[in-house]
Design a binder for this molecule. Structure first.
Ligand code: FAD
Length: 458
């Protein structure tokens, strides 16, 4: 290591103690850095759950692998609720389960955002050399002087702290990113989705049990909008309604209780029976923002770098945002072992990681269409079954794209995107009319195509 990382650089400042900032602090401490973590919110371990952000999250293989590598998975494991597939709720009240994968370990897990944050912060805060400053907000940076301005919100005092390096893990609305962009150090783009989201709740039954299957992610796909529900440990589900923000049928237009009730009852009759507070929650809960953040480069010299959502927030439809952030932390850590200066670490991290985060951003947007529209389409369902069958027959060459993303951390996102595009073409060809069942698929042709177009996976 050179002087920069050894001497002045021995203290690292991180902005934001969300999942990215907390895991990064743990990894830096393992490399014997002193870590100062600044978080604008109060300590989540002492207060009620934050409102306005998703209550629970899906954790999958990439996130789990990163937590295992960082040695913190034992602190998280007990918080996980396994989900083995999508349980589709059709408009006529019927349901069908679409398994996520076909091996016993191909599951994803529901976890409370608050409990996960608390657990990670607990681990971070008990490391010697890690200090978490809650209610300290980043408000600006003087790059010429190499200082950042942090407001101590409890005492309303402005502090000036040295950067070099400053790691910005302050999420999708990153103030650090906006500052770097306003100074033209980086190009940054925030693309707002035309849809927003609102959380509703499905309480537990009188005995504290889940009122629907607890081992599934429930989806009510309705074309231009959808409802999903993930199980919580206390027997409840958190439901999330994704709907256009403006226009005919939208959060803007649905304001009157009668109209809200009519819309929910018509669109999700079985869910309504389980949501006694639906209209009040609809009226009182905020509409959450959904969007994609793209920035380039992610760093300014060896002084400041973006990581996690601040660099590449994505829409939540693949359940990968946080998983991707955890993977970022491991990639960043790996770059640290290969470089002797922060500038070198930042440059390699950005160059190596951005093609993957661009790929998952594209797949997350694509998954929105899949969840709200395609999952209910018989042709799509046939292609899903066929892709699992092709994986059984040719496991070295064909893995469904969803599985590559969710269950195979060893396959980079960019590879999943590239191979997924080829596989989509193959599936469309193999299920073209008049094929309507698996028995009608020409598997000899499938084998020839797969061998000519998909190289074996390492
Ligand atoms: C509706 C929804 C559902 C989602 N579902 C999933 C899912 O199922 N699976 C999944 O993997 N991902 C999911 N995500 C994405 C996931 O929430 C994010 O990818 C993840 O939280 C990003 O972590 P982060 O630490 O980078 O940013 P954040 O979680 O946003 O944390 C940033 C932290 O920085 C703090 N901060 C912000 N500004 C400042 C400042 N100026 N000064 C100091 N501190 C500051 C914030 O208070 C916060 O604590 C979902 C997101 C949404 C919106």
């Amino acid at each position: 290591m050179n002087e920069q990382m050894n001497d002045e650089g021995r203290t690292v400042r991180i902005i934001g103690a969300g999942p990215t900032g907390a895991l990064l602090a743990i990894l830096l401490q393992r490399r014997r850095y002193t870590v100062e973590l600044y978080e604008s919110r109060p300590d989540p371990r002492t207060g009620a759950a934050e409102s306005g952000r998703s209550i629970n999250l899906a954790l999958a293989d990439r996130g789990i692998h990163a937590l295992q590598m960082a040695g913190v998975f034992p602190d998280i494991e007990r918080l996980l609720l396994p989900m083995r597939g999508r349980l589709i709720h059709h408009l006529d009240g019927g349901t069908s389960l679409q398994p996520y994968g076909q091996r016993p370990n191909e599951l994803i897990y529901s976890i409370s955002r608050q409990h996960l944050n608390q657990a990670l912060l607990d681990v971070a805060a008990r490391q010697p050399g890690v200090t978490v400053h809650f209610e300290h907000r980043f408000e600006g940076a003087e790059f010429d002087e190499g200082t950042a301005l942090i407001r101590d919100l409890r005492q309303d005092r402005l502090l000036s702290i040295p950067m070099q390096p400053l790691l910005a893990a302050d999420g999708a609305g990153s103030w650090v990113r906006r500052r770097m962009s306003s100074l033209h150090f980086i190009d940054a783009d925030e693309t707002d989705l035309e849809h927003g989201y609102k959380e509703l709740s499905i309480p537990a039954d009188a005995a504290g049990r889940h009122r629907m299957a607890r081992d599934a992610l429930h989806i009510w796909p309705r074309g231009n909008y959808m409802l999903i529900a993930l199980p919580n440990e206390d027997g409840s589900f958190t439901a999330t309604l994704f709907l256009a923000k403006r226009g005919g049928m939208s959060f803007d237009s649905l304001t009157e209780p009668v109209a809200i009730e009519e819309f929910l009852a018509r669109s999700f009759p079985d869910a309504c029976a389980l949501m006694p507070n639906r209209v009040a929650e609809f009226q009182n809960h905020p509409v959450g923002f959904l969007g994609t953040v793209s920035a380039s480069p992610w760093a300014h010299e060896g002084m400041a770098a973006l990581i996690g959502d601040s660099a590449h927030a994505i829409v939540p439809f693949h359940g990968q945002g946080m998983n991707c952030c955890f993977e970022d932390c491991m990639e960043f850590d790996a770059c640290m072992s290969r470089h002797t200066s922060w500038e070198g670490v930042f440059a390699e991290f950005g160059a190596m990681r951005k093609p993957d985060t661009d790929a998952i951003a594209a797949m997350a947007l694509d998954n929105y269409l899949e969840m709200r529209e395609r999952v209910a389409d018989p042709k799509f369902q046939l292609q899903q079954s066929l892709s699992l069958e092709l994986e059984r027959r040719f496991p070295q060459r064909f893995i469904p794209r969803y599985s590559m993303v969710m269950f195979h951390h060893e396959i980079p996102y960019r590879t999943a995107l590239e191979r997924g595009a080829i596989q989509t073409e193959l599936l469309a060809g193999l299920t073209a009319d008049p094929v309507t069942t698996l028995a009608q698929v020409d598997f000899e042709h499938a084998e020839r195509e797969i061998h000519s177009r998909l190289a074996p996976l390492p």
